[in-house]
Each structure stands twice: as structure tokens, then as C-alpha cells.
Design a binder for this molecule. Structure first.
Ligand SMILES: Nc1ncnc2c1ncn2[C@@H]1O[C@H](COP(=O)(O)OP(=O)(O)OP(=O)(O)O)[C@@H](O)[C@H]1O
Ligand SMILES: [Mg+2]
Length: 387
């Protein structure tokens, strides 16, 4: 690949008998930046100090053999591409090693090894470079998505706040002149508080977006405790009596890493939406479920990681395709008639920003007459994760 400067991608060569791999080392050094280690222990120390693109290890070493070293390095330095140099092709052992140590390639000791290995290492560095490049692109895209979401939001908000602001402005300008006019006063008391309420609703929605994702504190949280807290909190909402929340959580203890108040905000948004959708006289039901088994998704860095799925399903009226199409856009709302029940249409937009800020996914499925299901997927927290 023309654009790669191979000297920028360090290689770690590991063998307890350096003299036997001297020709390999010599050939590699012509193209790559090569460091050497004579034991698994020394190799792990070197990996700690420097980012290596590729680690090549001999299989037969004492006391830590090549497979063990590569297994450990795959856990601690998963991005480094692993190559095992082995003297004997043993199919069963190699399957075992591939699973254990996630080996990229085997190189068998042969008279041509010094030539063969250069090509294998070229491929391994290309592989490393492609993955790095993909991550860079993904990060750029995530940033652009966020920026364009914020751009769309500010545009929509400016437009949305303009109406109530002009109402307040017009009435205030006329105040000195028309103070004694009963018609004017009636209009004032009808429209000004309503417009202020509208602005307040938008501003209060906005305050749950606390700015840059990096600045939001995130801690390990038990998801089931969070669900309980959110549903308890929701009982204080005047809308709560319209629905019954049924928790069907697996008997596990899933932890995620996140900001509890933001995630509770997401659940409250969803409960509120379900309650608001319940038709007069109907009995609303919201089921909240978690699923953990074998959900492996790509995190934002392209790595496959375990996720937990949280499902919020209601038996409400559902919604038609027209509203569904842009459901996560700001200011999409069907609650726009009447003066007191106007909603800003920001609940799902903000919920999506929060879930994406937690490296998760949110999706909504709905059909008229068949209820609405929201599926949220969040990375499971592990000691080693670096969210
Ligand atoms: N569970 C649901 N059942 C039926 N319709 C829904 C449901 N959830 C959302 N909707 C529809 O999607 C629209 C957008 O929801 P969203 O939460 O983003 O805004 P909102 O509820 O109108 O206002 P806000 O949440 O800012 O108070 C709602 O107005 C409603 O029409
Ligand atoms: Mg809402």
C-alpha cells in the first residue's frame, strides 16, 4: 500500500534463541522498525512501553510459550496483530491457538522463512493500518453526525422559539398604549403566559443536554437498579396513572458504564411518551425487559463487544409511517394542538443523543394499532473497558 510508511509501524520479534532467528531479524530490519525480546516476560514489558503494530513470536519458548504470550497480548493489547512462528504444523494445536490467542497468521519454519516472513509482516502491517484508518474515519463520522445533529437542532430551535417570542414582544410593545383596553388585556393573559410556557418547556428539555460527551461523568451502574429508580420516579408524574409499568428483567446483574441521571431521563422520556399516547379510557401497559445473552455488536471503534439490550414496549396506538420516518429528529411531535398540551418534540432526539453518548444504539419500531417498541443497546461494563 503506497501511503504506508512501514518504518512507522514497530514490530516486536520474540524468541528465546535469538541466534536462530538472526536471518529473519536481519531481513525484517531492512523494511521495518524491529525490536527484539528473548522471553515472554520481556516481550510483555516491551508491549507495555510502546505500541507495536505486529508481534511475531516463536512457539517453543520456556517458561512462557508463544501461544501463551500471544493469548496474553491479545487480552491486554488487542490491536497488535499476532503472528506465531512454529516448527511443526499441527492442525489441532493451531485451531486451539487461533481461538485462544486470536492469531492472524502462522509462519512455518522452512528454508525460505526469512523471505516469506517479510511478506507476511507486510500483510500484517497493512491489516493494522486498515483497522486504524477505519477507526479514524468512524471517529470523524461520529463527530460530524454530532455536529450536524447540533446544527439541525439549533436551526429548528431558533425557528421554534421565534413564534412565542414574537407574541411576547408584540404584546409588550403595545402595553403602554393599550393597557386599559379590555380586549388587549384578555389577549395578553391568554397568549403571553402560554408563549412563556412554550419557551420554558424547550429550555428545560435543553438543560438535560449537558454539553460535550467527554465532560459527562460516567460510572458503573447496575441497569436493573436504574430501571427501578426510573419507574419509581415516574410514579410521581401526573401521566403515570395512565399506564402500568411491568418489569421483566433477567435474573442477572448487568452493569453498564454511564451517567445515571441522563439514562433515567431517557427512560422517563419513553414512559411519558407511552403514557401520553394512551387514548382516553384505555388501560395502558408498558413492559420493560432486558436481554443479555450473546449480543455482540461493534462498538464505535469497530471492535466486537458484548452489549445488553433494553426493550420498552407499550400497547398504545402506535404511529404511522409519516411520523416514524423522522422520529428521532428534533421538534417532531404530534402533540401540537391545544394550548396546554403542546410538547417540544425533543424527547426522542435527546434520548438518542444520550444513548449515542454512551456508545449505544436506540431504535424504535411501531405500527398503527400495534403499539410501540423502543430497543436500546448499551455496552456491558467490564473492568477493562475504556468508555
Ligand atoms: N410510545 C409512543 N406511542 C405513540 N406515539 C409515540 C410514542 N413515542 C413517541 N411517539 C410520537 O413521536 C413524537 C415524538 O416524540 P418525542 O418524545 O420526541 O416528542 P414529544 O413527546 O412530542 O415532546 P417532548 O418529549 O419533547 O415532550 C410524539 O409527539 C408522538 O407523536
Ligand atoms: Mg416525548
Amino acid at each position: 500500500m503506497g501511503s504506508i510508511n512501514y518504518k512507522n509501524y514497530p514490530i516486536l520479534l520474540v524468541d528465546d534463541d535469538m541466534s536462530s532467528i538472526a536471518p529473519i531479524r536481519h531481513r525484517l530490519e531492512k523494511v521495518f522498525q524491529v525490536d527484539a525480546a528473548t522471553s515472554g516476560k520481556e516481550a510483555l514489558e516491551k508491549l507495555k512501553m510502546k505500541n507495536y503494530a505486529v508481534i511475531l513470536s516463536d512457539q517453543k519458548m520456556e517458561p512462557m510459550d508463544g501461544i501463551e504470550l500471544l493469548s496474553r497480548s491479545s487480552r491486554e493489547y488487542p490491536d497488535t496483530v499476532r503472528i506465531l512462528i512454529t516448527g511443526y504444523p499441527d492442525y489441532a494445536a493451531s485451531v486451539d491457538a487461533t481461538n485462544k490467542a486470536k492469531i492472524y497468521q502462522y509462519v512455518f519454519k522452512s528454508p525460505n522463512i526469512a523471505t516469506d516472513i517479510v511478506y507476511v509482516v507486510f500483510q500484517a502491517v497493512d491489516h493494522y493500518w486498515e483497522r486504524e484508518e477505519r477507526l479514524r474515519l468512524q471517529k470523524m463520522l461520529m463527530r460530524e453526525n454530532r455536529l450536524s445533529a447540533i446544527g439541525r437542532l439549533s436551526h429548528a430551535l431558533a425557528h421554534e422559539m421565534n413564534n412565542p417570542l414574537s407574541v411576547i414582544s408584540n404584546f409588550t410593545q403595545m402595553l403602554p398604549e393599550k393597557y386599559d383596553n379590555p380586549e388587549y388585556r384578555k389577549g395578553f393573559f391568554e397568549h403571553v403566559p402560554e408563549s412563556l410556557k412554550r419557551i420554558q418547556a424547550i429550555v428545560s428539555r435543553m438543560s438535560s443536554l449537558t454539553g460535550e460527551e467527554e465532560r459527562i461523568e460516567k460510572n458503573p451502574i447496575n441497569l436493573h437498579d436504574l430501571i427501578k429508580e426510573a419507574s419509581d420516579l415516574f410514579t410521581k408524574d401526573p401521566e403515570a396513572k395512565k399506564i402500568k409499568i411491568l418489569k421483566r428483567c433477567e435474573n442477572t446483574n448487568p452493569h453498564i458504564k454511564g451517567n445515571p441521571s441522563q439514562l433515567i431521563q431517557v427512560l422517563l422520556n419513553l414512559f411519558t411518551n407511552s403514557a401520553q399516547a394512551v387514548k382516553e379510557g384505555d388501560k395502558g401497559k408498558v413492559e420493560i425487559m432486558t436481554e443479555k445473552d450473546s449480543i455482540i455488536l461493534k462498538d464505535r471503534e469497530g471492535k466486537e463487544s458484548p452489549y445488553i439490550r433494553l426493550i420498552v414496549k407499550d400497547n398504545g396506538p402506535g404511529m404511522d409511517e409519516k411520523i416514524l420516518k423522522n422520529i428521532f429528529d428534533p421538534l417532531v411531535s404530534t402533540h401540537i394542538t391545544g394550548s396546554t398540551n403542546r410538547r417540544p418534540g425533543l424527547g426522542l432526539f435527546i434520548s438518542q443523543l444520550i444513548i449515542e453518548g454512551h456508545h449505544g444504539y436506540i431504535d424504535l419500531q411501531s405500527k398503527v394499532g400495534e403499539g410501540t417498541t423502543v430497543v436500546i443497546e448499551l455496552p456491558i461494563f467490564m473492568e477493562s473497558s475504556h468508555l
